[in-house]
Ligand binder design. Structure first.
Ligand SMILES: [Zn+2]
Length: 227
């Protein structure tokens, strides 16, 4: 991360924009010019709004590669529910952009998941947040029966995992997702990003558990070493 002399947050942003325009943009000018009138991303990346999650940084991809959807708790209201912003972005990515992969990425120490588990907190947040969190009510129900014996940190960890599974099930309620899955033209990936280590665990639907990134993508990683 660049170091700027000022500690004023907006001053840092202004300095960052200047640096982008002066030196970063010119390096990739041809890419930006090519992207100006058309995007063709093949991956929809759904993750939390949390400031610590940067999809392009984690995946080391350029602009134009990921169609990104951020919201509190990487929650997907099932198809047909109100508050359609999330659903509209998903349908846009699937039908107009024709994405081939959806990565749903939860993360460690998620504040939305912590609020979901904390009855005293959930009753003090503004109604719109409480309403939003109800789309993860299934996650909470699972945790209530599975995680009573666990410590607070272990419960939160399991809650993030279970929420990724629950929200992937919600994703499958979208007609465009169901249709592309039926045609074999879409792959869903459930990721758990660990802020503290940079590691990613991946949901294995056959084993019904999260496995290390290196195991989940062993064949792709092997191809990288032996191109
Ligand atoms: Zn979060």
């Amino acid at each position: 991360m660049q170091h700027f002399e000022s500690t004023d947050p907006i001053q840092q942003v202004i300095a960052g924009v200047k640096k982008f325009q002066d030196s970063v943009y010119p390096e990739k000018e041809s890419l930006f010019k090519a992207l100006a009138r058309k995007q063709d991303p093949k991956i929809l990346f759904i993750t939390c709004s949390d400031s610590r999650i940067d999809p392009s940084l984690i995946t080391q991809t350029d602009p134009g590669s990921l169609f990104v959807l951020h919201n509190a708790g990487n929650i997907i209201p099932p198809h047909g529910t109100p508050y359609g912003g999330t659903g509209a972005s998903i349908e846009y990515a699937l039908t107009l952009l024709d994405v081939e992969h959806v990565i749903l990425c939860g993360h460690s120490f998620c504040g939305a998941m912590a609020a979901l588990l904390d009855d005293s907190k959930i009753n003090t947040v503004p109604p719109i947040i409480k309403q939003w969190i109800t789309y993860a009510e299934t996650t909470r129900a699972i945790i209530d029966v599975e995680a009573n014996h666990l410590s607070e940190e272990e419960r939160l960890h399991l809650c993030v995992e279970r929420n990724i599974q629950v929200q992937i099930r919600h994703l499958k309620t979208f007609p465009s997702v169901a249709a592309k899955l039926a045609l074999g033209k879409l792959t869903l990936h459930g990721w758990f990003y660990h802020i503290e280590t940079g590691e990613i665990d991946v949901y294995d639907p056959d084993a019904e558990k999260f496995i290390p990134f290196s195991n989940a993508y062993a064949a792709s990683l092997a191809a990288l070493s032996n191109p």
